[in-house]
Design a protein around this ligand. Sequence first.
Ligand code: BGP
Length: 469
Amino acid sequence: TLSEFPSDFLWGAAISSFQAEGNWKKDGQGPSVIDQTRKEDRTTNFDDGVDFYHRYHEDIQLMKELGLKAFRLSISWTRIFPTGNGKPNLAGIEFYKNVVHELKQNGIEPIVTIYHFDYPTQLVEQYGGWLSRKSIQDYENYATYLFGALGDEVKYWITINEQDHVIKMPERLGIGDGEADFSNYKQEAYVANHNMCVASARVIARCHQLLPNAKIGPALSYQAYYPATDQPEDVLAADDLATLTQNYILDLQCRGHYNPIFKKYLVDRGIFPDFPTTDLALLKHNRPDFIGINYYSTDDVSSLSAQEKFGKTEGLPVPNKEYGIYTKTKNRTLPTTKWGWTIDSVGLRIALQRLYHDYELPILITENGFSNEESLEKRAGVTTVSDLKRISYLHDHIKAVHEVISSGIPVLGYCVWTLMDVISGHSGMNKRYGLIYVDRDNDNLKTLQRIKKASFYWYQSVIKANTEE
Ligand code: BGP
C-alpha cells in the first residue's frame, strides 16, 4: 500500500566499536586516539563498553527478535592492525568474522564502518596520521584487508564516520587533549580533510574492483541550517555554514572539486592545501554509491561580524561560531533534548530533499536517535523503560523519511542510534539512546543485563508492518 516502505528497505540499528565492545586493549588491540578523550569522571571510559565483545550472541538474538534487516557496526582498526599498519592481528579479524557471520545467519545485513573515530595512535606517532599523505596508503591497506576478510558476507560499507566532525576535533586527529582550540589547527584540519577524501576515493575504487556487488559510501553528520531571522545576512550565514560544514566534503567526494566558497575560505586564510592535481580526477571517478548521513537535530544561524577576531572559532566539541561568518543561536519554537539538541523531524525532510537535490545519490540514514537520562521502572510487575519520548521522536523522523521516499527520493535504509545503550562520546552512560536498556552506569558495571524498552516493541511493530502508521 501507499503507506508502506519499499520491500527491501533496510530497517536497521547502529553502534560503534569503542562505544559498545569493551575488551579494551585486549586480545591484541592497539592504542587509538580515543584514549586521549578520557576524563576523570569516567563518562568517557570505554574500557568495558557494554561488553558487546562477549555478548554479541545475545545481542544478535535480540536483533532477530526485533526484526532488524540491517545492523551497522564499526571495526576497530587497532584490533586488526594494532599499530595501524604492518601485520594483522588474527584475534581481531576473527572476532569480526564471527559477528558478521552470525548476523548473516540470522538474516541481518551487516553495514560495516571501516573507521569510526578510533584512529591508531601509532600512525600519529609514526608520521602525524591524517596530516601526512602516508595515511592514505595505510587506510587503503587496512580497508583492502577487510574487503578480503569480510567481503564474502558484507555488502554495505561505510568509509569514514563523520569526517566533518573528526577534522574539527583536534584530539580525534591525535592533537591535544580534547580541549584544543580548533582555531589554532585549521590548516591541519583541512589537510587531514583532503587526505581523508583521497583515501576514501582510493578505498571506493578498491571496493568496486574487489567486490563488484558491494555498495560503499561515507557517513557524514548532515542537517538543515535555519537563518535566525529574515535578514539577508543571516540567510547568507546559514547558507555559508552548510557549505563549510557539509557540502565542502560532499563536493569533493561526489563531484571531485573544491566548492568555490570553501576554496575562498581556505585561500583567504592562507591554508589552501597543496596536492597533486590527479587527486581531483581520482575523486571524480570514484564517487560513493550512496551518501550515509547521521541526523539528530538542526541549528539556527546568525551572521557574526569579525571584530578583531577574524577566523577565531569557539565551542566544543565542534565549533559553534566563527568570527566573520556565523554563530549558532537558539531556536525559539522547537523542543530540545536535555542536551539542548532540537527535536526537528521536518529538518530531516529538508536535509534529505536538499541532499538529493545536490548530489542525486541514494541516501542511507546511518544514525538517527533520541537521547535521555533513563533508569529502570517497574510497571505492573514488569521492569522496563517507558521511553515514550523516544517513540515519538522515532515515529516523526521515520514518517519524514517516508514522505521523501514517496516523493521519489531513494532512501535505502534507516539505522536507529543505538540498538542498546552504549557509552556516549561525551556523557558516558548518562546519555542513553538505546531501544534496549543496559544495566550499567559510569562507575559501576552492575549486571550489564539487556532489558527491552518500550521503543523496542514499538520499532518491532514498525518493521513488521513496514510502515510507521
Ligand atoms: C555521532 C557519532 C556516534 C554517537 C552519536 C551520538 O556523532 O557518530 O558515535 O556518539 O553521534 O552522540 P553523543 O553520544 O555525543 O550524543
